[in-house]
Design a protein around this ligand. Sequence first.
Ligand code: 8DG
Length: 155
Amino acid sequence: MTIPQHPGHPLFPVVAAALVDDAGRVLLQQRPEGKALAGLWEFPGGKLEQGETPEAALVRELLEELDIAVSPAALEPAGFASEPLADRHLLLMLYVVRDWAGTPRALEADGLVWCRPEDMAFWPMPPADGPLVRQLHAYLGFSAMTEAPGDSGMV
Ligand SMILES: Nc1nc2c([nH]c(=O)n2[C@H]2C[C@H](O)[C@@H](COP(=O)(O)OP(=O)(O)OP(=O)(O)O)O2)c(=O)[nH]1
């Protein structure tokens, strides 16, 4: 068996959060103009800074991007994606978050949407997010994406 290797492609760790509200909806944000993958919808989060743990990075990113306070104890590891991304290798770690203080608002994104898990296929996301969405469905107990978008709420 051949294991894919990418010599000279450093690991690029990124953390992301699936915020789940009381109605079971998941928050997605739209990547802004001028950034890579602009216009696509993603889980809030971002790159680890030097010396940061994934949990510290995600707590920081959620404050910077959404103006919400999250305890590291509220971060539930829920899945990951691992794939080449340009000259690096993306390791995208997804946490479920059900408890936070404050009301999420888009400080950096072009928009926010509360999306039912079964509607997530209707929001175009970066390629690495496909496996994450499948893992998130399994984690949340959904098995299929079925109906057309329903009560998804742009905020
Ligand atoms: N936050 C997030 N990033 C994702 C997702 N899917 C995906 O491929 N990515 C990629 C896009 C980027 O290459 C990388 C995140 O980098 P970024 O530049 O947005 O991170 P950041 O918020 O720290 O940005 P900045 O400091 O450079 O402004 O991860 C996702 O669902 N959420």
